[in-house]
Design a protein around this ligand. Structure first.
Ligand SMILES: Nc1ncnc2c1ncn2[C@@H]1O[C@H](COP(=O)(O)OP(=O)(O)OP(=O)(O)O)[C@@H](O)[C@H]1O
Ligand SMILES: [Mg+2]
Length: 377
């Protein structure tokens, strides 16, 4: 297997070598898949939802009787886009030369597709003639029922699923739910980066997807496991990192996966063979400096009060008592009602997260680099 130039990836998935832990979560997800249970994956942004799905699908490659189809609907804007993305993912999931692959191609061709090829990847893109509403319904039915009738188990992971809320067609949730319920050999994993909208789809008793899936929550990776992984990755490239430096990486990024990966990646780039705590503190400062432009942009998108409140949350690290007189007067953030409103809008803008799944709920700045930068102001 090709050795990566830098073992810390910050986009996508390569293979298990570069993936840290998630053993229990992968196990649980594989169990759901084997049992054909539909599941929704919840986690704060950039904690590794997409990574986990790719990791699980990688492991399931060896199970010949399960076909895993990953569909990212992030840049779809309507139902036709959604159907075309689905058809393209199905088309690309089966080897062209296999007998099933041939059947799939014939089936999709019967829907009169226009097939083009992606300029960058060379992969086919399917565009189905489904401009009329009645065609759309038929096309979705044909795609799903065709797949479901092949005597194989299929699992679809639909990523960035909250996107369906922005489609002009209002019936998409109900129509998808109806299709999904009718399938016997097909199950789904739903996941998305916008947690507010994902909760809207799955946790609102008045909406079609309510109580339709099992829930899975992803937390941060255990510090012991992440430390071991970081040390091992450096060792693999003949670099020695001091234990207190590894501890600093975990603490400084609060084990928020994307930030832990990004910081480790920068350390890998900017370090010699022996890496000390002093070395990485310098790299941390440089990293904040390079991001300063982005941080000032954030500031221009917020009101002065919101910015003040964000700074206050950053300085607390984890804010557990936003209504306390102590917090309010320490940071001069108005009164309890202004704080509540401010936290609400910062949360909507995904500048802060609110963790209510723990004994002592808390607010925390999402972007860990922004958090440190604000702390220094
Ligand atoms: N277990 C892991 N080990 C190493 N790197 C990981 C792991 N999980 C995720 N990553 C990396 O962390 C980054 C963020 O992960 P990912 O994109 O999967 O998060 P996400 O929860 O899907 O984010 P979003 O909410 O924005 O969709 C990615 O670059 C990914 O490669
Ligand atoms: Mg994702």
């Amino acid at each position: 297997m090709k050795k990566l130039y830098n073992p810390f990836i910050e986009t996508g998935y390569i293979n298990p070598t570069y993936f840290c832990d998630r053993e229990n979560e992968a196990h649980q997800l594989i169990d759901y898949i084997h049992n054909q249970t539909n599941v929704t994956l919840f986690a704060f942004r950039r904690l590794g939802k997409t990574g986990l799905i790719k990791h699980v699908f990688y492991q399931l490659k060896k199970e010949k009787n399960i076909v895993c189809i990953y569909v990212d609907v992030f840049d779809t804007t309507n139902k036709i886009d959604f159907i075309n993305r689905l058809a393209t993912s199905i088309y690309n999931a089966f080897p062209v030369k296999s007998s099933l692959g041939k059947k799939i191609i014939t089936a999709i061709q019967s829907l009169r597709p226009v097939i083009s090829f992606d300029e960058l990847t060379g992969m086919p893109n399917i565009s189905l003639d489904s401009s009329l509403a009645v065609h759309q319904q038929n096309t979705l039915t044909s795609l799903f029922s065709f797949i479901d009738n092949q005597n194989i188990q299929v699992v679809f992971a639909i990523d960035e699923f909250q996107q369906i809320l922005s489609y002009p067609e209002k019936n998409i949730e109900a129509s998808l739910r109806t299709h999904i319920q009718a399938l016997k050999n097909t199950s789904f994993i739903f996941c998305g980066s916008d947690q507010t909208k994902m909760h809207q789809i799955f946790n609102d008793a008045k909406r079609p997807f309510f109580a339709s899936c099992s829930y899975m929550h992803l937390n941060t990776i255990e510090e012991k496991k992440y430390s071991k992984f970081i040390t091992k990755m450096f060792r693999k490239y003949d670099k020695n990192i001091a234990p207190d430096a590894v501890k600093f990486i975990c603490d400084w990024t609060m084990l928020h996966t994307f930030y832990t990966q990004k910081f480790s990646k920068e350390i890998f780039v900017g370090s010699e063979q022996n890496i000390s705590l002093k070395n990485i503190k310098i790299i941390a400062a440089k990293l904040l400096q390079t991001q300063e432009g982005k941080f000032y942009q954030y500031r221009s998108l917020l009101t002065a009060q919101q910015w003040q409140l964000l700074k206050a949350v950053a300085k607390e690290g984890r804010l557990t008592q936003p209504n306390s007189q102590n917090f309010i007067s320490k940071y001069k953030v108005g009164n309890a009602s202004a704080v509540r409103k401010g936290l609400d809008s910062l949360q909507k803008k995904e500048m802060i997260l609110h963790n209510i799944g723990v004994e002592k709920p808390y607010y925390e700045v999402y972007d860990k680099f922004l958090m440190h930068w604000l702390q220094s102001k």
